[in-house]
Design a protein around this ligand. Structure first.
Ligand SMILES: *[C@@H]1O[C@H](CO)[C@@H](O)[C@H](O)[C@H]1NC(C)=O
Ligand SMILES: *[C@@H]1O[C@H](CO)[C@@H](O)[C@H](O)[C@H]1NC(C)=O
Length: 362
């Protein structure tokens, strides 16, 4: 037990790879492990990283990361539900009817073959494992813990539990609060939008660009704080033909701004937590990693899971550590409502404003 706690401690610090030598040789000799019961995940991780994500922070990684949330949040104190149990994979026909799950079919389609190929990995484990691996191909992302052993799902999640980009702040905070997330943890979870695209918000993007997805910030292939900055800038542009349901104008051409992100960034309950992320990469990483692990354990008991964090590789390093204003943007365009924190001093990228390219179809 002490050893286990020690290992968890190291893996939370992201140090397992660096400081501990893996003592056991796994069957087949291809991998070494700290815990023999984690052996079979090493092969899965390599397969996901190279073949599903193709070692890049693209549409596949974005889609699978989104899936982790849409599976896990399917639990409520009143209505029940299994949380992070893989029900969205097993009961996909039912859960995809939820409006907030629009656009997830593709994510399920690309993950499904791996669920079939690795029957020892439960659907709930596969979703959270793939989510943790998706982060490792996105430069700047934290290495998050992975706990294994989620039982097979017993039922679909009750309908109506998934927050959507068209919900107001009170609805979103109440829904996440019901399963234990404080407002600043909701803000931390939204770091996932730093590596995201939306393809079901503004469907005219497809007609205009023949791509499925518009990014939510200018650096969608990097886990960095630009998303928090750019969402706070006064908006005036749409990536498609104009406002759609749950869409508000964005500041950066080519990006889409979700109404929910826009409001959470400006709401008095969340605006300071939001602003505190800007240009604080380490805060974003640490807070997001903690919120992600908490989410991955919804409906699950840590007592029955094994810490297999050792199988998660180190994520890629960030290209640029400093947040800055995209071309033609400046401090006067910031719409923060946080009064108690000074706004960071940031420089502006040189050059004329150019449209961010859409994310290729998966
Ligand atoms: C980043 O966030 C951490 C944790 O909240 C804080 O201690 C630190 O001062 C912040 N750094 C900057 C440069 O604001
Ligand atoms: C920003 O720069 C101004 C002027 O140089 C300085 O007074 C202020 O403290 C700086 N603010 C932050 C948050 O670093």
């Amino acid at each position: 037990m002490l050893l286990l706690n020690l290992l968890s401690f190291f893996s939370i610090l992201g140090l397992t790879q660096a400081v501990l030598i893996r003592p056991f040789t796994c069957p087949g000799d291809a991998f070494r492990a700290l815990n023999l019961r984690c052996c079979h995940f090493y092969e899965v991780v390599e397969d996901l990283k190279m073949n599903l994500f193709k070692n890049r922070c693209g549409g596949e990684a974005h889609a699978v990361l989104r899936l982790t949330f849409h599976d896990a949040i399917g639990i409520s104190s009143k209505l029940g539900g299994g949380g992070a149990d893989g029900s969205i994979l097993v009961y996909r026909e039912i859960e995809l009817q939820d409006r907030s799950n629009a656009g997830l079919k593709k994510a399920l389609d690309i993950l499904e073959p791996y669920v079939e190929k690795y029957p020892k990995v439960s659907p709930g484990d596969m979703i959270q494992l793939a989510g943790a691996v998706s982060l490792t191909v996105c430069p700047g992302a934290p290495r998050i813990s992975f706990f294994a052993g989620r039982p097979y799902p017993r039922a679909p999640a009750p309908p109506g539990l998934i927050p959507g980009h068209f919900h107001d702040v009170s609805t979103i905070l109440a829904r996440l609060g019901d399963v234990g997330f404080l407002p600043h943890e909701v803000v931390a979870l939204l770091a996932s939008h730093s590596i995201a695209g939306a393809h079901n918000v503004d469907t005219t993007i497809r007609q205009l660009t023949s791509s499925l997805s518009a990014p939510l910030d200018s650096t969608h292939d990097q886990f960095d704080t630009q998303f928090y900055l750019e969402t706070l800038l006064a908006g005036s542009t749409y990536p498609g033909t104009g406002a759609h349901f749950g869409e508000v104008p964005a500041a950066i051409p080519g990006t889409v701004r979700l109404a929910s992100d826009h409001k959470i960034a400006r709401d008095p309950r969340t605006s300071c937590a939001w602003q505190s992320m800007i240009n604080n990469q380490s805060k974003m990483k640490i807070d997001f990693a903690a919120a992600m692990v908490k989410m991955s354990l919804l409906g699950q008991s840590l007592l029955t899971l094994i810490d297999c964090s050792e199988v998660i590789p180190d994520p890629l390093a960030l290209r640029s550590r400093t947040a800055n204003y995209p071309p033609e943007q400046r401090k006067s365009n910031v719409e923060t409502t946080c009064k108690i924190l000074p706004f960071p001093n940031l420089s502006t990228q040189p050059g004329p404003a150019t449209a961010v390219s859409p994310i290729p179809q998966i």
